[in-house]
Design a protein around this ligand. Structure first.
Ligand code: TYD
Length: 203
């Protein structure tokens, strides 16, 4: 089973990815978890460049994310799925479609096409978008913002709307959940959604 988490920064997707991992491991399943961009040696170097390097053009940004993703799929995701492990990713190609395609204005179809080429067409079984008001996202980020987090508020508003649009386009794969729900409530909801994909019902 291949599951991805999406949402604005501060939406709690990293926490939910970890909680799902714990649930699946408690069921005795092998789970591989990774974050994007990153998860491989090259991917972590690209992460540093794209998040903490200097300014770059939108297409350069999209290509760096796609390069990190190509490496992660080939090195980590595909081998794990091939041995029937579960894979949980904290962001995947929907992030590029929304942040670069819609946020930066490169085009939803164009960025999707680039990424499908990069990953050999591999799509998740299920994608959870943790939806959060962009104003709350800014407030939850705190600390030292990275290059993407520093983008204008209008950029983050386009990203939030982009996720809604994507979910409408792919209702069979993408589910939008309210990120402000209690952590445990969200975890239960996510677990229940995965039952049709082979998860055991809780006793
Ligand atoms: P993330 O690791 O979720 O941020 P953090 O560790 O700060 O919570 O993602 C890093 C940033 O990269 C985030 O602002 C979203 C952005 N991003 C894109 O713009 N496109 C992409 O394809 C991906 C994977 C991330």
């Amino acid at each position: 089973m291949f599951v991805t988490f999406e949402g604005l920064d501060g939406s709690g997707k990293t926490t939910q990815a970890e909680l799902l991992r714990a649930r699946l491991e408690a069921d005795g399943r092998e789970v591989v978890i990774a974050r994007e961009p990153g998860g491989t040696e090259l991917g972590e170097e690209l992460r540093r460049l794209v998040l903490h390097g200097g300014e770059m053009t939108p297409w350069a940004e999209a290509l760096l994310y796609a390069a990190a993703r190509a490496e992660l799929v080939a090195e980590v995701v595909a081998p794990a799925l091939a041995r029937s492990a579960d894979v949980i990713l904290d962001r995947y190609l929907d992030s590029s479609v929304v942040y670069q395609g819609i946020g930066r204005g490169l085009g939803l179809d164009e960025v999707l096409e680039l990424n499908l080429l990069a990953v050999g067409g591999l799509l998740p079984d299920r994608t959870f978008v943790l939806a959060l008001d962009p104003a709350l996202s800014g407030a939850r980020v705190g600390g030292r913002p990275d290059r993407i987090e520093r983008a204008a508020e209008s950029f983050h508003a386009r990203v939030a709307a982009g996720y809604e649009r994507l979910a409408e386009l792919h209702p069979e794969r993408i589910l939008v959940l309210d990120a402000t729900l209690a952590r445990e409530v969200l975890t239960e909801r996510i677990h229940d959604e995965l039952i049709p994909h082979g998860l055991r019902r809780p006793r």
